[in-house]
Design a protein around this ligand. Structure first.
Ligand SMILES: *Cc1c(COP(=O)(O)O)cnc(C)c1O
Length: 352
C-alpha cells in the first residue's frame, strides 16, 4: 500500500509555523489558569481589533462545541434553528446542538450551492406558527459553506432582513470563515456584525492550529453566563493559554488571512486543472478552499489504491478535495497527473 497522500480535509494538516512559535513562547513560563492568563487577554483584545468591535469572546476546543453551545445560548429548548440541509450542525454533530439546547429542533431548507435563501426561510416560517411546533428563533449559516461556496455580503444582508421580519437571530458557523474573508476580499467585520450576524463560531483548527475555536458574541446580551455553559459542557480549558497563544500567532502575524488565501489559491489551482477533463465534472463553484468533483466510480477506487485520501459524502461519486495552509502545488500536480493518466487509460469508459 503506498503512503497516504492527504487532500481529504483541512484538518489533516499540521500546525502552521506562526501558531507553533506562539505556542512555544507561551510554554516558556507559567501563567494563570482558566483564561486569566496574559495570552488569553491579548488574544481576546486581538480578536476585538480584528473585528473592530467590542465583542464577547470565548475559547473552546472544537467546532461542534462552539456551534452547539452558541446555539443553546441563542434560544430556549422550545425554539428551533433554521439551517441548510447540508449544514454541519445537521449532518455532522451527532445531535449536539439539540442535546446542548435541551431539545431545540433543527429545521432544514434546501438551497442551491449549499446556501440558505430568504425564500427557503419564508417557506419554513409559513409552514407552522402554532403552539404545537417549536418556534423558530435562529437562522444558522455556514461561511464558507459545506460545499465550498460563500455567501456574499448582499446575500447575508438579504437573510438578515428576513430574520428581522420574524425576529430571528443570526448564527454563523465559521469553520472556514477565514477562507470566506479571503475569497470575498472582505473584512471580518463586513461579513459578521455589519451584516447582522449575532454570533460567530470562528475556527482556528482548519486555519492552522492544533485545536481551538472562538465563539464571538457581537450581540453581547446573548453571552450572559456563557462561561458557565462552557464549563458545564467540559469546554473550559484550564491551560487556556495553549489555545489562546496560537490564536494570537494567527492574528498578530496575519497568518489567519495568508493561510486562507493560500488554501483558496490551491483549490483554484486544482479546480483549473480538473476543469475540462473528460470524465471530471465540477459540482459546485470552487469559491473557497475545497473542490467537489464527480468522477467515474472506477477512478475513485484507483485513486484510493494510489494512496489518495478524500471523502465522497456528496452523492456516491462526488469527491471532496480540501486544501489547507500547507497544501503544495506539487501535491496537486501529482494528483492531477494520476487523474489524467487514469482517464487516458480509459477508466472513464466504465462510467455510470
Ligand atoms: C469542521 C467543521 C466544523 C467543526 O467540526 P469539529 O470536528 O467539531 O471541530 C463545524 N462546521 C463545519 C462546516 C466544519 O466543516
Amino acid at each position: 500500500m503506498p503512503a497516504p497522500r492527504f487532500i481529504a480535509s483541512d484538518n489533516t494538516s499540521g500546525i502552521c509555523p506562526e501558531a507553533l512559535d506562539y505556542l512555544l513562547q507561551a510554554n516558556a513560563c507559567d501563567d494563570l489558569a482558566y483564561g486569566d492568563d496574559a495570552w488569553t487577554q491579548r488574544a481576546v483584545e486581538g480578536l476585538r481589533q480584528l473585528f473592530d468591535c467590542d465583542c464577547e469572546v470565548f475559547f473552546v476546543f472544537n467546532g461542534t462545541a462552539a456551534n452547539s453551545l452558541a446555539l443553546a445560548a441563542m434560544g430556549q429548548s422550545y425554539h428551533s434553528v433554521i439551517c441548510h440541509e447540508l449544514a454541519h450542525i445537521e449532518t455532522d454533530e451527532c445531535g449536539a446542538p439539540e442535546f446542548f439546547s435541551n431539545g431545540a429542533k433543527l429545521l432544514t431548507a434546501s438551497g442551491a450551492n449549499g446556501k440558505l435563501t430568504p425564500e427557503g426561510i419564508e417557506r419554513l416560517m409559513a409552514r407552522r406558527d402554532d403552539i404545537h411546533f417549536p418556534r423558530p428563533k435562529v437562522v444558522s449559516v455556514t461561511q464558507a459553506t459545506e460545499v465550498g461556496t460563500v455567501y456574499s455580503r448582499e446575500e447575508l444582508l438579504a437573510l438578515r432582513s428576513v430574520a428581522d421580519k420574524y425576529e430571528l437571530r443570526l448564527h454563523m458557523d465559521g469553520a472556514r470563515f477565514a477562507n470566506a474573508c479571503a475569497a470575498l476580499d472582505a473584512s471580518p467585520a463586513e461579513l459578521t456584525w455589519q451584516a447582522g450576524v449575532d454570533v460567530l463560531c470562528f475556527s482556528g483548527t482548519k486555519n492552522g492550529l492544533a485545536m481551538g475555536e472562538v465563539v464571538i458574541f457581537f450581540n453581547r446580551e446573548l453571552a450572559e453566563d456563557f462561561g458557565y455553559r462552557c464549563k458545564q459542557a467540559g469546554q473550559l480549558a484550564s491551560k487556556m493559554r495553549f489555545i489562546a497563544a496560537p490564536w494570537l500567532g494567527l492574528l498578530e502575524t496575519g497568518a489567519w488571512r495568508r493561510n486562507a488565501e493560500h488554501a483558496n489559491a490551491m483549490a483554484r489551482y486544482l479546480a483549473a486543472g480538473l476543469d475540462g477533463l473528460p470524465g471530471a465534472e465540477l459540482l459546485f463553484p470552487p469559491q473557497a478552499n475545497s473542490v467537489f468533483v464527480r468522477f467515474p466510480p472506477p477512478l475513485l477506487a484507483y485513486l484510493r489504491e494510489l494512496g489518495w485520501t478524500f471523502y465522497t459524502f456528496i452523492g456516491a461519486s462526488g469527491v471532496r478535495f480540501v486544501c489547507a495552509w500547507n497544501t503544495t502545488p506539487e501535491l496537486l500536480d501529482s494528483l492531477l497527473a494520476d487523474i489524467r493518466l487514469a482517464l487516458d487509460a480509459g477508466l472513464s469508459e466504465t462510467s455510470t
